[in-house]
Design a binder for this molecule. Structure first.
Ligand code: PLP
Length: 425
């Protein structure tokens, strides 16, 4: 299998016209989708969790398995006519296991959050104590938010990063593990630009007799490409996502030891969901094959190199990249030194077609709706073919806009960059 679009960095699927069947049946919705296609052709998507699903993935999503009910697992379905569904899921599972060198894979979760729910269900009971990175320090809402099952049904103790260098404070994790004896420790984050020390987390978990769960959705693609250390040898369960750097369908993925395979499978179905979306399972199989190609590795290397120069440019512009830079596709930066809140920075950049997100920074003094930081990622930009040179320019454009430059001129340049990639037609 080839991934030609990523190889030369162009995506034809970025351009979108409503198919005749849709515009004829539902012109109102066709117009809405056309407006979204126009929006993304004229602005640069820099949200860290977003990417462009490849054409092959989109084709699998729209294929005949969209209609198939296949509750259960291959060979043990509650519905008839599942021969192809079985082969498809077995193929996806085999590819995931090979790609991540995992003993077991479950490809059915519909999202990262539902995969995390299944991981909790496989290992824990409501009321159990869990240690996780607190949300203000980069944790995901499925790792302890009071508004989410995790914080509502579990006793989640938050650890954080060190104030001086923004790195995860492993001494604090160890102390909290000794003091609280958690049943599980969650490592991994939604907005932390460095690689977690999986081995250190394993050691702490072993000492506390706790399970180690890796929240690896943000970096699943980097792990697949060998550009981030894999949590698979260390974690009991790895919670991953297929729609972020992997350029697959929106969905979750669980990897675990053979020993936990049955518990994880039962936690996904029937505990957290009924029939899996078999078209998504098919599209995940495509994404796993794509991710095994050298072209995919080259694509993500471009994303990581681009993120590094972007962080440098933001620093030159007076923002403060957290941890001083990045090892991944993700950059988080404190914009308070520029006299801005995260929400103000997000609005200014959006006016210039630079679509990044506000983000709380550790020890953030600003209210949660405002924040002091921004978070951005280079997955989509690299998929469009933008490399370090272009992303350095994007960093200068962001820095300029944050420093008060007129958004119109920056927006003009963003549209030119997109046209050069072929994305904007
Ligand atoms: C993206 C992400 C999730 C959630 O994924 P959804 O598919 O949006 O539910 C959970 N945890 C981490 C660490 C993530 O990066």
């Amino acid at each position: 299998m080839t991934l030609t679009d990523a190889a030369h960095g162009r995506t034809t699927e970025h351009r979108w016209e409503p198919p005749a069947a849709l515009s004829a049946t539902d012109p109102e919705l066709a117009d809405l989708l056309s407006a979204e296609a126009e929006r993304r052709a004229t602005s640069l998507q820099l949200l860290a969790g977003e990417n462009l699903a490849t054409e092959a993935v989109l084709a699998a999503l729209a294929g005949p398995l969209v209609d198939k009910y296949a509750e259960g697992y291959p060979g043990h379905r509650h519905h008839t006519g599942c021969a192809v569904a079985d082969s498809t899921e077995l193929l996806a599972v085999a590819r995931a296991r090979t790609l991540f060198a995992a003993e077991h894979a479950n490809v059915q979760p519909r999202s990262g959050t539902s995969a995390m729910l299944a991981a909790f269900a496989a290992l824990l009971r409501p009321g159990d104590t869990v240690l996780a990175l607190s949300l203000e320090h980069g944790g995901h809402l499925s790792c302890g938010s009071r508004a989410n099952f995790s914080g509502r049904w579990f006793d989640v103790i938050g650890y954080g990063v060190r104030e001086e260098d923004g790195r995860i404070d492993l001494d604090q994790v160890r102390e909290l593990a000794r003091a609280h004896r958690p049943k599980a420790i969650i490592a991994g984050a939604i907005s932390y630009p460095r690689h977690p020390d999986w081995a250190a987390f394993r050691e702490i978990a072993d000492e506390a007799d706790a399970y180690l769960v890796a929240a690896a959705a943000q970096v699943t693609g980097l792990v697949a490409a060998g550009l981030a250390p894999s949590p698979v040898p260390y974690a009991d369960v790895v919670v991953a996502a297929t729609h972020k750097l992997l350029r697959g369908p929106r969905g979750g993925l669980l990897l675990c030891t053979g020993e936990l395979a049955d518990r994880v499978d039962r936690a996904v179905f029937p505990f957290t969901q009924g029939g899996a979306a078999m078209n998504e399972v098919a599209a995940k199989a495509v994404a796993f094959a794509q991710a095994a190609t050298p072209e995919f590795g080259a694509y993500l290397q471009r994303a990581v190199d681009g993120a590094r120069v972007l962080a440098d440019e933001l620093a030159l512009a007076g923002a403060r990249p957290l941890t001083g830079g990045t090892d991944t596709h993700l950059v988080t930066a404190d914009v308070a030194p520029l006299g801005l809140t995260g929400a103000q920075a997000e609005r200014r950049c959006a006016a210039a077609g630079l679509m990044l997100g506000k983000c709380a920074v550790p020890f953030d003094p600003a209210p949660a709706a405002e924040t002091s930081g921004i978070r951005l990622g280079t997955g989509t930009a690299a998929a469009l073919g933008l490399g370090p040179a272009e992303l350095a320019e994007v960093g200068r454009l962001i820095g300029g806009v944050l420093g008060g430059a007129a958004p119109a001129a920056a927006g003009q340049r963003v549209r030119e960059l997109l046209r050069e990639t072929g994305a904007a037609g």
